[in-house]
Design a protein around this ligand. Structure first.
Ligand SMILES: [Zn+2]
Length: 306
């Protein structure tokens, strides 16, 4: 069975353009300049049959994203082809969308025990538990493959493995918990017969995680920042890329260098911050990435992994 992959959102938190950002990229995309395309916040939909879908992360843009793609539309009164959500971490730009999926639709939620624990604190999420069986939580144990199921227990034909990758706890939970290997994971997803997708949209050290990527048919990798000092250099009061647990793409020690000669047929940067010059199709940085065999994800990108 083919693995269907649909990139719903390819921007980092804030989206592109970001509502309160006047950087060159954001102003350019607002003005319709050539070489810049708007993007919603990071999320991917996967399916084994093209009928039932699971979301990798629930972005604050989830309603726009489901509206934009016909396979995610209801097929009858009160229906959704979306069976569940798999979280890679507890960042708000990955979980806020859960609150938008609250119209009494049964869903399964997969995350590590640590990420589920962080959500338990939040009373607003009780809106997903208005009746017995509305939200079924499943713990993702690190390194263990399991088949995704709908809330009623129907098997999906999709197998997922969560692997710990260097990251950090979500900003709003910092200081409440000790950092854990379960704070941030990459997902390996496949059907019983397909090649696998590795989705690692937040990673502080892609070189260290390289063995997880080898053998994949496609890799969606953290492309948040081009350079370590991208935000401070623009005058944004934020730290360097690695202080936010994002390895920059470019420069010495960047992910492009760390993953040189990686033998994955489709290597794609996603979760791209609005300040990143990779977003500009005419930039020198974009040309460098393309020359190294990488792609930059756009919303609506479709992969079919056999
Ligand atoms: Zn911007």
């Amino acid at each position: 069975m083919t693995l269907h992959v649909l990139v719903l959102g390819s921007a980092a938190g804030g989206g592109f353009p970001q509502w309160n950002c006047g950087c060159q990229n954001c102003q350019g995309v607002r003005l319709g300049r050539n070489g810049l395309r708007a993007r919603t916040q990071d999320s991917v939909a996967v399916s084994a049959d093209g009928e039932s879908w699971f979301l990798l992360n629930a972005s604050p843009d989830v309603l726009r994203q489901t509206q934009a793609h016909r396979p995610l539309w209801p097929r009858s009164l009160r229906d959704s082809p979306i069976r569940g959500v798999i979280l890679t971490n507890g960042d708000l730009d990955h979980v806020l969308g859960l609150l938008s999926l609250r119209e009494s639709q049964p869903l399964t939620l997969y995350a590590t025990e640590r990420v589920l624990e962080g959500l338990r604190e939040n009373a607003a999420l009780r809106t997903l538990e208005r009746f017995e069986g509305q939200l079924r939580r499943h713990v993702l144990a690190l390194g263990k493959s399991g088949e995704l199921c709908s809330a009623d227990g129907t098997a999906s034909g999709l197998f997922v493995t969560a692997e710990a990758v260097p990251g950090k706890p979500p900003l709003h939970l910092e200081g409440l918990y000790e950092p854990s290997a379960e704070d941030n994971v990459a997902l390996r997803i496949r059907t019983a017969r397909s090649g696998s997708l590795v989705y690692a949209s937040a990673i502080a050290d892609a070189g260290a995680a390289r063995p997880l990527f080898e053998g994949a048919a496609a890799l969606l990798l953290d492309g948040t920042f081009w350079s370590e000092e991208e935000l401070p250099e623009l005058g944004v009061r934020m730290g360097p890329a690695r202080s936010m647990a994002h390895q920059p793409v470019g420069g010495p020690g960047g992910s492009l260098e760390a993953l040189r000669d990686l033998s994955v047929p489709r290597r794609i940067f996603t979760h791209v911050n609005n300040t990143n010059p990779l977003l500009n199709e005419t930039s020198a940085q974009r040309a460098l990435a393309l020359a190294a065999g990488w792609e930059v994800a756009t919303d609506g990108l479709v992969l079919r992994l056999e």
